[in-house]
Design a protein around this ligand. Structure first.
Ligand code: IPM
Ligand code: MN
Length: 365
C-alpha cells in the first residue's frame, strides 16, 4: 500500500514541526509495511512573497491529487498589513472551502504528566477528555453579504439544512464510538440561525437514539468549560463558536502547542497542529513538535484507518512526557528541556520500544 501525502509546511515553525511529523509517519509506516510518498507545496506568507498570492493553483492541485494533506502553520508579522484576501490566513480559509473540509475535529485530551501545566486545578481537570467538532466551511466565516465601507462593516451568519445535517451526523457518529454524549452549542436565545441549527440537530438526532443530546448556549458553554470540563464528550458547534471554544479547550490542556486537529470532508482530509507559526522562535529548533506529531496520529486514525498506528504514536508521546522531557514552551523546573529534534527522537525511540515490547507480548495496547 502506498499513500500520497501533500506537505504544506508554510511559515515560521511550520517547516520544523512538519519535518518532525514526517519522521514519525515514516517510522510508523515502515513498521506497518505501508509506503508514504510526499510532495511539498507552497502556502501562506512565503508563498505570497514568491507568487504574490498566499495560495497557488499548484498547491490546490497537489492537495486534490493526494490521499491526505499535512499543513504546518501559516502567518507572521510581515504579512499582517496585507489586504484581507492576500493574508496567509486567507489561504487556509480558501483551502478549507476548496477541499470542502466541513468537519474540524479538535480533541482536548490531557496527558497525565501534564496535569500541572494548566492554569486550572488538577481536581477540575483529571479525567477530562472531549473533542470539539467545529463546522468549518459555513456560517459567518463564509456567509454573504459581507463587506465594509466608511460607515459600517457587515457579515452574515447563515446555515443550510444540508450543512447542519452533515456536521450533526458526524457528531453523532463520533459520539457513538466514545461516551455517547453530544452537546450542541449555539445562541438560539438570540439568533434565528442558531434556532434553525438546533431544529436540524434535533431532527438528525432521531436517527441516533442511543446518543444523549444536550443543547447549551455558547456563553454558558464557555463558562462550563472552565468550571467542569469533564462533563463534555463531543461538543458540536458552528464555525465561529468553534473557533472560540477550541481555544478555550486548548488552554484547559495546558498549551496550544500540544493540540492536534483534523479537518475532514467527503473526499479530502487535512491535518494540522492547532498552534500558529510562532515566528519569534522559528528556525531555532525550539518549537514543540507534539501537536504536529499528534496530528499525524490523527491522520493514521481518520484517513488511513490504522487505529493501532495512531494509538502507538499517542502512547509514545505520553511516555516521553512521563519521562520528564519537555520543549521550552511546556517546561517546568523539574523537566529536562529538549529541542524540537530531540523531542522527536525521544518519541521515535519510544515508538521503537513499544513495538519491541509488543513483539515479546509485554505490552497490550
Ligand atoms: C483556527 C484559526 C483560523 C480560524 C484563522 C487563522 C483563519 O484561528 O484555525 O482556529 O479562525 O479558523
Ligand atoms: Mn482559531
Amino acid at each position: 500500500m502506498t499513500y500520497k501525502i501533500a506537505l504544506l509546511p508554510g511559515d515560521g515553525i511550520g517547516p520544523e514541526v512538519t519535518q518532525a511529523a514526517v519522521k514519525v509517519i515514516n517510522l510508523v509506516a515502515e513498521k506497518f509495511n505501508v509506503k508514504m510518498k510526499y510532495e511539498e507545496f507552497a502556502i501562506g506568507g512565503n508563498c505570497f512573497d514568491k507568487h504574490g498570492t498566499p495560495l497557488v493553483e499548484e498547491t490546490l492541485e497537489g492537495c486534490y491529487n493526494s490521499d491526505s494533506v499535512f499543513l504546518g502553520a501559516v502567518g507572521g508579522p510581515q504579512w499582517e498589513k496585507l489586504a484581507h484576501h492576500l493574508k496567509p490566513e486567507a489561504a487556509l480559509l480558501k483551502l478549507r472551502e476548496k477541499l470542502e473540509l466541513f468537519a474540524n475535529i479538535r480533541p482536548a485530551k490531557i496527558y497525565p504528566s501534564m496535569l500541572d501545566n494548566s492554569t486550572l486545578k488538577k481536581e477540575v481537570l483529571e479525567g477530562t477528555d472531549f473533542i470539539v467538532l467545529r463546522e468549518l466551511t459555513g456560517g459567518i466565516y463564509f456567509g454573504k453579504p459581507r463587506g465594509m465601507d466608511d460607515n459600517k462593516g457587515w457579515n452574515t451568519m447563515v446555515y443550510s439544512t444540508e450543512e447542519v445535517e452533515r456536521i450533526a451526523r458526524k457528531a453523532f457518529e463520533i459520539a457513538s464510538k466514545r461516551e455517547k454524549v453530544v452537546t450542541s452549542v449555539d445562541k438560539a436565545n438570540v439568533l434565528e440561525v442558531s434556532q434553525f441549527w438546533r431544529n436540524v440537530v434535533e431532527k438528525v438526532h432521531k436517527d441516533y437514539p442511543e446518543i444523549k443530546l444536550n443543547h447549551m448556549y455558547v456563553d454558558n458553554a464557555a463558562m462550563q468549560l472552565v468550571r467542569d470540563p469533564k462533563q463534555f464528550d463531543v461538543i458540536l458547534t458552528s464555525n465561529i463558536f468553534g473557533d472560540i471554544i477550541s481555544d478555550i479547550s486548548g488552554m484547559i490542556t495546558g498549551s496550544l502547542g500540544m493540540l492536534p486537529s483534523a479537518s475532514l470532508g467527503k473526499k479530502y482530509s487535512l491535518y494540522e497542529p492547532v498552534h500558529g507559526s510562532a515566528p519569534d522562535i522559528a528556525g531555532q529548533n525550539k518549537a514543540n513538535p507534539i501537536a504536529a506529531i499528534s496530528s499525524a496520529a490523527m491522520m493514521f486514525f481518520h484517513t488511513f484507518e490504522m487505529t493501532k498506528a495512531s494509538e502507538i504514536i499517542e502512547k509514545a508521546i505520553s511516555l516521553t512526557l512521563d519521562e520528564g522531557f519537555r520543549t521550552a514552551d511546556i517546561a517546568t523546573q523539574e523537566s529536562k528541556v529538549v529541542s524540537t529534534t530531540e523531542m522527536t527522537s525521544m518519541i521515535m525511540n519510544n515508538i521503537e520500544k513499544i513495538f519491541a515490547e509488543e513483539a515479546i507480548g509485554v505490552f497490550l495496547l
